[in-house]
Ligand binder design. Sequence first.
Ligand SMILES: Cc1ncc(COP(=O)(O)O)c(C=O)c1O
Length: 417
Amino acid sequence: MDDQNLMLTQPGPHSEKDLLYKLQVPFHRASVGEEEARAVSEVIRSGWITMGPKTFEFEREFATYVGAQHAIAVSTGTAALHLSLEAAGVQAGDEVLLPTTTFTATAEAVTYLGAFPILVDIEHATMNIDVEDALRRVTPKTKAIIPVHLAGQPCDLNEIHSLAQAHHLRVIEDAAHALPSEYQGKRVGKISEFTCFSFYATKTLTTGEGGMITTDNSEAAERMRLMRLHGINRDAWKRYRGDGSWFYEVMEAGFKYNLTDFQSAMGLVQLAKCDAMRQARQHIAQRYSAAFSALEEVIPPTVHPDRNSSWHLYILRLRLDRLTIDRERFIRTLQHRGVACSVHFIPLHLQPYYRRAYGYKIGDYPHAEQEYQSCLSLPIFPGMTDREINHVIATVQETIAESRLVHAGAAHVLPCA
Ligand SMILES: Cc1ncc(COP(=O)(O)O)c(C=O)c1O
């Protein structure tokens, strides 16, 4: 993407700094273009637009890409989690472990089945689920664990599998952020019994909305294919194509979770670019970390040497004891200077629903709360220009320079106005 797309308003006799402040770096810009548009319009022109040959092709290609035996395409990442939990046999009254630092979808899918989301604290280095804390929360009712690969860095899957084996838990990875990510040389998607991906608009592969489950469990794959389409044993493509039959049977009360052919056509184009897009994000992450690692006021993300991150997010943590402003004011300053940021995530135990429904309260997960106070996510997407990357770096450096606590002994944090 070239600089024509940047909002440089009021060109004129401005200093370089003034001009930079007019630069608006969005938090995300989808990396979709002509190729995706062509693929989608071909499907529309073909006359078959709902789930059919393109979706099945997308599933085959995706399974090959991650190295799994089966890939089941669905309408959202949330649907992927729901179908996996259902296929794993999670039922009303069961307990499912998951980190409090995640998007509500991870826990919400558990509640669809009448099971209880048991929130777990996170570890400092990766902000992923703390497996020791998970162990403390295992009860005879615990049936499954959902590790979430925050920002794209895989959880410690060996530790998770040891815990799961010892307590007979099913492992359902929430890999909404983790395409493509690797753990000990293996691509996420081929490691646990179930892996759930999201193709939401901001994700590393997008179909607008969409999701995928990968598994080597053929019985579970069959169950999920059945349940994603009303529990009907023959999908519409099988019934309506030339040699098809109108007959079908309803085997279960299923769900309407299928992905359409035009979304899958877009997914195929995106999948072919997936490695290149990851390279582009990694390049940005390296640029950021090279610039920020010299600053004592921030903690750049680190990736364990046995893992590769998709770099879906770049989460920077502030050392609030070295700054005169808090995270909120830091974000507002960046925004004012044209850098859009976000926060991943507000811990679930602080959210009104989870407090009301399950009695979670402030103070329950001290590590998650501490990281939440200090974290912000910077823009990172494949189409970022050098100019945009430089602007983000300069703006962060400048904001820190202005809010640096000079006398470390006098540390205090000004509340946000
Ligand atoms: C960690 C995590 N899990 C699950 C989801 C749900 O994915 P979807 O929006 O495709 O339903 C998201 C979406 O943002 C997510 O961030």
